[in-house]
Design a protein around this ligand. Sequence first.
Ligand SMILES: NC(=O)c1ccc[n+]([C@@H]2O[C@H](COP(=O)([O-])OP(=O)(O)OC[C@H]3O[C@@H](n4cnc5c(N)ncnc54)[C@H](O)[C@@H]3O)[C@@H](O)[C@H]2O)c1
Length: 439
Amino acid sequence: MRVTMIGTGYVGLVSGVCFADFGHDVVCVDKDPAKIDVLNAGGVPIYEPGLAELVAKNVKAQHLSFTTKTKSAVKNADAVFIAVGTPSRRGDGHADLSYVYAAAKEIAGLLTGYTVIVTKSTVPVGTGDEVESIIRKTRPDLKPSIDFDVVSNPEFLREGAAISDFKRPDRVVVGTNSEKARAVMRNLYRPLFINETPIVFTNRRTSELIKYAGNAFLATKITFINEMSDLCEQVGANVQEVSRGIGLDGRIGKKFLHAGPGYGGSCFPKDTLAVVRTAQEAGTPLKIIEAVVAVNDARKEKMADKVIEGVGGKIHGKTVAVLGLAFKPNTDDMRESPAISIINKLAAKGAQIRAFDPEAMDEARGQLPDIAYCANAYECIDGADALVIITEWDQFRALDFNRVKSLMVEPVLIDLRNIYNPVRMAELGFAYISVGRPQ
Ligand SMILES: NC(=O)c1ccc[n+]([C@@H]2O[C@H](COP(=O)([O-])OP(=O)(O)OC[C@H]3O[C@@H](n4cnc5c(N)ncnc54)[C@H](O)[C@@H]3O)[C@@H](O)[C@H]2O)c1
């Protein structure tokens, strides 16, 4: 099948290359010429494990190409995916749909035969209806279900594991009442039938809400265990054992029960806010999610206080080494990373920040321009009064602590991901602070 991706970011590029690897012919479009130039020169503009190799393979096989020209890419496509950004609208937290609507208008002008237009971007309930209406207004000559259908097909991939998530998803959700469009979507995802991947066919509005309900639930689970970790600290309990103790209950499940500095990333913060706004407008407030948003925001601030406490209450003039800046390991994505709030608060209180991240430093420079960036973990730690682990990259899990201790002014470790053992760290002579575990 001929597939076009409008938007070649984390989702558009990964989905595009995976559809190409399934054997479809894919054109990825982006209006950012710098991105397309990198791709056409054989590079990849983001860090995602396995992506560069898969892109190279499919370009070579002539299943995948990149362009800034929407016109040639949309002409003759069987399915055109909208995979543009839907960030929070400044000021009110609603999803900013301007990129989606602009893409819809652009696509409408270019349709030549029956085409399925698929919203892969995360969009609030009713966006598909609006996309359909934009297409009808732009092209009064076209009729829905005869010349085009608008389908919702939210994406659930996780950055850092995006390719395996796309190729072996827990489920695919497709929202449309059109049998013709369902057949196109079934053909697109046919290679997944071998793994017996469930396809949830539903109507467009339900599909749109499934994505928000999923992210809101996961954000709630993280926030639940984070609050529980605060209680553990007060009553001398161990949050990791609480997680294990409850996670083994099949009704609860083990995943998303790791206490830490609060969720960040390109999805949970904006999607929880957007669904809260949708619900408020619908007159049925989601009070649990409202609380989750507030608790998570406060938590990031609180993590900076943990660091200040670790150095004895006064951070002014102290040097803090930060390991890990990306919002999670195996990505260079800095969007809403807890590192940003923590570092900004520490710097505002007069700390000197030195940082190292294996992949995210180029991205971080835009958001944290005034800190020192180091070439590796040990250079970062050299001369520090405190070491803070914010992102649990594998390479931070087995630091040489004799070396670390010899480099630091004071052996103080604030481990916001609980990757080390408190007893062992005390034996090594560190003042060790973690999250929700007895010191
Ligand atoms: N990043 C994730 O892990 C993830 C996971 C699931 C869902 N999503 C959702 O997918 C959507 C895209 O997210 P992302 O992280 O890939 O965003 P992104 O910012 O990385 O990429 C969006 C791209 O779209 C391009 N673009 C915007 N308008 C365009 C147009 N009219 N024509 C061509 N290109 C255009 C931009 O230049 C940009 O490169 C969002 O709605 C997001 O919520 C993201």
